[in-house]
Design a protein around this ligand. Structure first.
Ligand code: SP5
Ligand code: ZN
Length: 397
């Protein structure tokens, strides 16, 4: 299995975060990536490949331009206004009644007068800080996933028989599933899984070939508005299976009214992000019926309960009828019982992770479909290589 990896993912390294009333070292640490990469390097069934650069175009198919400008510039603006160079972290948030009855555009204009205001408008919590190279890391993370999608598309189009799944792993960091079209949250800045879902829908293989440049983070081209664009007319159907411990509120939100992207999430509840993730959230408008949430009790969920739920949802009639062209797995590894900020108390067997990968391969809703694994959360640094490797090995076996 090919694994796309980029060292620039290590560049986002804030000195601290605040979670559950405690100031602590940043939990979503670069060590996570290093540890998974180490496992990948030690196992011959994986082959590490370099990313390419597809510019900002595919990112702007999901995220608002004003938000992308914010991601790019906020750290420097914060420092230029005399604030802490060590870390740019919000402390006042544009929540509900705090913004009164003003319309979004007015709130955005008011917020945009200061870097603190922008942090309050574009960020959802205090555990999503910016440092010097945060934007560069987030951009690289998206390019890793886009590169994986391009390679997967090449493999799909070159495919001779249908007796095996085409598959690839985007070993990206920072993660993405809490980021919405205009908000960073939960360690996430660019919603990688969503960007790649749209990329697969909007770009033909020819578009991808044309957009592809050597990975280099071409800021000038980005400033000059030289973005790649997709021309695809046939919209591929994308199934996103989110097995991160947390509900992927950002991904759900981005596709909530879209019947061409089916979002499934198994997650611990009640827990972060607290406001979304109930089973009653089934999509809206044309997207009604294309969103399935499976909240699980973090205390009583065991290995077999978790696997039963995963198997059931991947064999759900609506998922089968959807008949996805491509499956994206938002692969969080923070369900593991020892996870320092998450974890299901009863998920203690490494084999469970193999079985997760095996289920993605064998269940009717996912069987024989190309699968793109996208790295999300997971914070038991020492175990992450094993956990990620187990899911992928379970899929390959
Ligand atoms: C990508 C990702 O996994 N982001 C997670 C962000 C979570 N941040 C807040 C976590 C604090 C709440 N958890 C309390 C559970 C205690 N067992
Ligand atoms: Zn998570």
């Amino acid at each position: 299995m090919q694994v796309v990896y980029c060292e620039d993912g290590l560049l986002h390294n804030p000195p601290m975060e605040m979670t559950l009333g405690r100031i602590k070292p940043y939990v979503e640490s670069p060590k996570r990536l290093i540890n998974i990469k180490k496992f990948i390097d030690e196992h011959p069934e994986f082959e590490v490949v370099e990313p390419n650069d597809y510019s900002l175009g595919p990112i702007l198919d999901v995220h608002r331009k004003d938000y992308v400008d914010f991601l790019e510039n906020i750290y420097q603006e914060w420092v230029d206004s005399g604030l802490n160079k060590e870390i740019c972290i919000g402390d006042t948030f544009a929540q509900r009644s705090f913004v009164g009855k003003l319309d979004d555009e007015t709130i955005r204009k008011n917020a945009s007068k200061t870097s603190c205001g922008k942090m309050g408008y574009y960020v959802g919590d205090v555990s999503t800080p910016f440092v010097q190279n945060t934007w560069r890391a987030a951009y690289s993370s998206a390019q890793v996933v886009l590169s994986a999608a391009h390679r997967l598309t090449e493999a799909i189009e070159a495919k001779q028989s249908s007796d095996h799944n085409e598959t690839i792993y985007a070993l990206c960091r920072p993660p993405g599933h809490h980021a919405s079209d205009h908000m960073a949250a939960g360690y996430c800045f660019i919603n990688n899984a969503s960007v790649v879902a749209r990329f697969l829908q909007n770009y033909t293989l020819q578009d991808m070939n044309k957009a592809k440049k050597p990975y280099g983070f071409n800021l000038e081209a980005v400033r000059n508005g030289q973005f790649s664009e997709g021309t695809s007319k046939e919209k591929k159907k994308i199934l996103i299976v989110d097995i991160d411990y947390h509900h992927g509120n950002g991904t759900q939100d981005i596709f909530y009214d879209d019947p061409s992207v089916f979002y499934i999430s198994l997650h611990g509840a009640p827990d972060y992000p607290f406001f979304t993730g109930s089973a009653q959230e089934t999509g809206q408008g044309a997207g009604e019926g294309y969103n399935i949430n499976i909240p699980l009790d973090p205390v009583t969920t065991t290995d077999s309960i978790y696997l039963d739920n995963l198997e059931r949802v991947l064999n759900n009639q609506n998922v089968i009828d959807f008949n996805a062209d491509v499956v994206i797995v938002s692969m969080g590894l923070d369900t593991w019982f020892e996870d320092p900020i998450a974890g299901m108390k009863g998920l203690q067997d490494m084999n469970t992770y193999k079985k997760m990968g095996a289920l993605v391969k064998t269940c009717i809703g996912t069987k024989h479909r190309p699968v793109l694994f996208v790295q999300e959360g997971g914070y038991t640094i020492e175990k992450l290589g094993n956990l990620a490797g187990s899911v992928l090995q379970g899929f390959l076996e």
